[in-house]
Design a protein around this ligand. Structure first.
Ligand SMILES: Nc1nc2c(c(=O)[nH]1)N[C@@H](CN(C=O)c1ccc(C(=O)N[C@@H](CCC(=O)O)C(=O)O)cc1)CN2
Length: 325
């Protein structure tokens, strides 16, 4: 399943929510780095069959190497004998070298036959490499680029691919050129979606982001790519799948509109949901305000989903759901 890819990646980088620690020291310690260690943040996510003592084992693994847990989320669903956890901790990489962190957690993962066990140390591990795909509208892309530029999106953007051409003097093209990010115009037709060429461009990425890419990706493409693809749908799924969800919602007389970020599966707009955002609408709204409100929601929804994914907050749950810590 697409979501299993998360567990296949040992590391990536990103920042734990609400604190970005370049380094940290325990209270009362000397600031002289030759005396007190520089502590760096790490994140670990774990998914296995439920059993007694998992939290004790995982927290002892961190404490035994002098690590200090700053946050710990656990989820054990009702009537489902599975265990999910996500821990945030700081540690001294001199006392607990990066590869040893992986080995120590892997030993526990083997003990429990874990389905997922992934560690990430933002200040050491390479950032996720992503490619962005879009069609005509570029408001989601621009939002992603600006947040990336502000350092709020811990990724490396390897390229932008679009089935719509953009002149070299446009804001998007000028921004990409300034940052050395290639723009690939891959025109598509109903008969030829040129997926092989797109696959070539994205082979070296960790995951893909569809930022209003209005072409349905084939099962062959998704299988050939073999890693996660995240989409933003400008509607509140599962309602209003497909094209023009804002118009569908307007015609339906809804009082809430929304945006949904989800994993891409072969079936259109049906993959596991990662993030949703909503806003009230009323009889005073028209189609234009529906579209404007939807676009504002989808920009925020997509960037929050990507940030959560990069921070290892998103885990597969059941057949078509996610746990988002
Ligand atoms: N396999 C998948 N591919 C894509 C998904 C997905 O969930 N699974 N999400 C879409 C994005 N999308 C809505 O969010 C969407 C994209 C395209 C269409 C559509 O009807 N496209 C037409 C062509 C439209 C055009 O050329 O302008 C089509 O492909 O026939 C609906 C919804 C991205 N891909």
């Amino acid at each position: 399943m697409m979501l299993r890819r998360i567990s296949e990646r040992v590391s990536s980088s990103g920042f734990a929510k609400n604190w970005i620690l370049k380094s940290s020291r325990f209270h009362g310690e000397s600031l002289d780095s030759s005396v007190s260690p520089v502590l760096i943040p790490g994140v670990h996510v774990f998914h296995c069959q439920d059993a007694v003592g998992i939290v004790a084992k995982l927290s002892d693994c961190i404490a035994a190497k002098g690590g200090n847990i700053l946050g710990y989320d656990v989820f054990v669903p009702e009537n489902n004998n599975v265990f999910y956890s996500r821990s945030e901790f700081i540690f001294d990489p001199v006392k607990w070298p990066r590869n040893q962190v992986d080995q120590d957690f892997q030993t526990i993962a083997q003990t429990y036959g874990a389905m997922n066990s992934v560690v990430r140390v933002p200040s050491i591990d390479p950032k996720y490499k992503i490619a962005l795909l879009l069609s005509k509208q570029d408001h989601c892309l621009v939002e992603m680029l600006h947040r990336w530029q502000d350092g709020k999106l811990p990724v490396d953007i390897t390229c932008v691919i679009s089935n719509h051409e953009r002149a070299s003097n446009t804001h998007v093209r000028r921004f990409l050129e300034r940052h050395g990010i290639p723009y690939h115009y891959v025109s598509t037709t109903k008969e030829n979606k040129r997926e092989d060429e797109i696959l070539e461009f994205v082979q070296d990425t960790d995951f893909l982001v569809l930022a209003r890419y209005m072409q349905i990706l084939s099962g062959n493409f998704l299988e050939g790519y073999g890693k996660d693809v995240i989409n933003i749908h400008h509607g509140l799924l599962p309602s209003f799948k497909g094209g023009n969800p804002a118009k569908q919602a307007f015609d339906a007389g809804v009082k809430l509109i929304g945006a949904t970020s989800h994993f891409v599966t072969e079936e259109l707009d049906s993959g596991p949901i990662i993030e949703q955002m909503v806003e009230s609408v009323s009889h005073r709204d028209n189609l234009r305000s529906f579209v404007q409100k939807s676009e504002d929601l989808e920009k925020k929804c997509l960037t929050k989903a990507i940030k959560s994914y990069c921070e290892l907050r998103v885990l597969p749950y059941g057949t078509n759901k996610t746990v988002v810590f």
